[in-house]
Every structure is written in C-alpha cells, then in structure tokens.
Design a protein around this ligand. Structure first.
Ligand SMILES: CC(C)(COP(=O)(O)OP(=O)(O)OC[C@H]1O[C@@H](n2cnc3c(N)ncnc32)[C@H](O)[C@@H]1OP(=O)(O)O)[C@@H](O)C(=O)NCCC(=O)NCCS
Length: 152
C-alpha cells in the first residue's frame, strides 16, 4: 500500500491547480487507502494499467466500493500526459471493476466549472444533483458541486 501511496502522490503533486483546493494530502490518501473498500487504479505514461510499485504512474483514480455502487473519489493525470486517453482508460477500468464487483451504478462529484465534465459525459456519466456552494476556492469564492451517475 505504501508504494501505491507514493505513486498516487507523485501524480497528485503535479495534476491539481491549488486554486481549486481539490488535491488530497498524503495523509488523506493514506487514510483512505487504509480502508478496506477504498482502492487505487494506476496507469503508466503509455496508458497501461500498472500495479503497486510496478512503475511510475502517469495517472490514478481513487475509488470507494459500497454494496451495489461505487464512487470515483478523485482522478488525476500528469499535465504533460493529458489528451492521450489515460483519463478515459482509468474511468473505463473503474466502471469495469465496479461492474464485476456487482455494482449497478457508479457516481462521482465535481466542482461546477471543471472542464473534466466533458470527459465524464463522454464516458456516459450524467448529472443527477447539485449541492450549492459546496466547494470553497483559494480566493474564498464558492462553487457548486455536481453529482454525476452512470448506470452499468
Ligand atoms: C480530467 C483529467 C483526468 C483528464 O485526463 P486525460 O488523460 O487528459 O483525459 P483523456 O485524454 O482520456 O480525455 C478523454 C476525452 O475527454 C476530453 N477531456 C479530458 N480532459 C479535458 C479537459 N480538461 N478539458 C476539455 N476536455 C477534456 C478530451 O478532449 C478527450 O476527448 P476526445 O476523446 O473526444 O478527444 C485531467 O485533465 C486532469 O488530471 N485534470 C486535473 C485534475 C482534475 O481536475 N481532476 C478531476 C476532478 S477530481
């Protein structure tokens, strides 16, 4: 688990603009991965799925399994590797793993103005709810959270 934590954190440090305050700290990721139903999916720079400690990660998903459904907690791809399908591969792998585990739906939540929405919609996610002023950015402004779901 420590190695997956290192792989995730190396991407985390480059992938998130601090303005949006979306990145997780090392402690948050460690706590999350220590839970029995939370897991990481990792891909390398060539868009191949990799295991714990196997190679440097180009992108990751953190996800949580629950009876009948799974939640995509966080996705990140290194900026220099974007637009090559790593994000889509991560999401499709997440959906496939969830389906095999018996999930009927998968969920995610994003800040209202995240351009990743295009990727989520392209992967079959549709908005199902909105939480007003849920996120607070570095400059103190608030953004809604939008919940997306995809039936499997
Ligand atoms: C969102 C993110 C993971 C996408 O990763 P990626 O590897 O670039 O995604 P892909 O190459 O698989 O893109 C798949 C499709 O989505 C579109 N897309 C992905 N990210 C996009 C973005 N930021 N803006 C516009 N379109 C985007 C691509 O154009 C592509 O469409 P196409 O197949 O029709 O060309 C990456 O941009 C990222 O790490 N962003 C910062 C972290 C973040 O905001 N995470 C999500 C919130 S937690």
């Amino acid at each position: 688990m420590t190695r997956a934590l290192d792989q995730v954190m190396a991407v985390m440090e480059t992938a998130f603009d601090p303005h949006w305050r979306e990145a997780w700290t090392r402690q948050q990721v460690a706590n999350s991965l220590a839970l029995p139903h939370t897991y990481a999916i990792l891909v390398d720079a060539e868009a191949r799925l990799i295991g714990d400690g196997e190679a440097e990660a180009g992108g990751f998903i953190l996800a949580r399994r629950a009876p009948g459904e799974e939640e995509l907690l966080l996705i990140g791809v290194r900026p220099e590797l974007r637009g090559r399908g790593l994000g889509r591969l991560l999401i499709e792998t997440f959906a496939e793993l969830a389906r095999h585990a018996g999930a009927e739906q998968v969920f995610l939540e994003m800040r209202a103005n995240n351009p990743a929405e295009r990727l989520y919609r392209a992967c079959g996610f549709e908005p199902i709810g909105r939480r007003p002023a849920y996120y607070r950015t570095l400059d103190g402004s608030f953004l809604d959270a939008i919940t997306f779901a995809r039936k499997l």
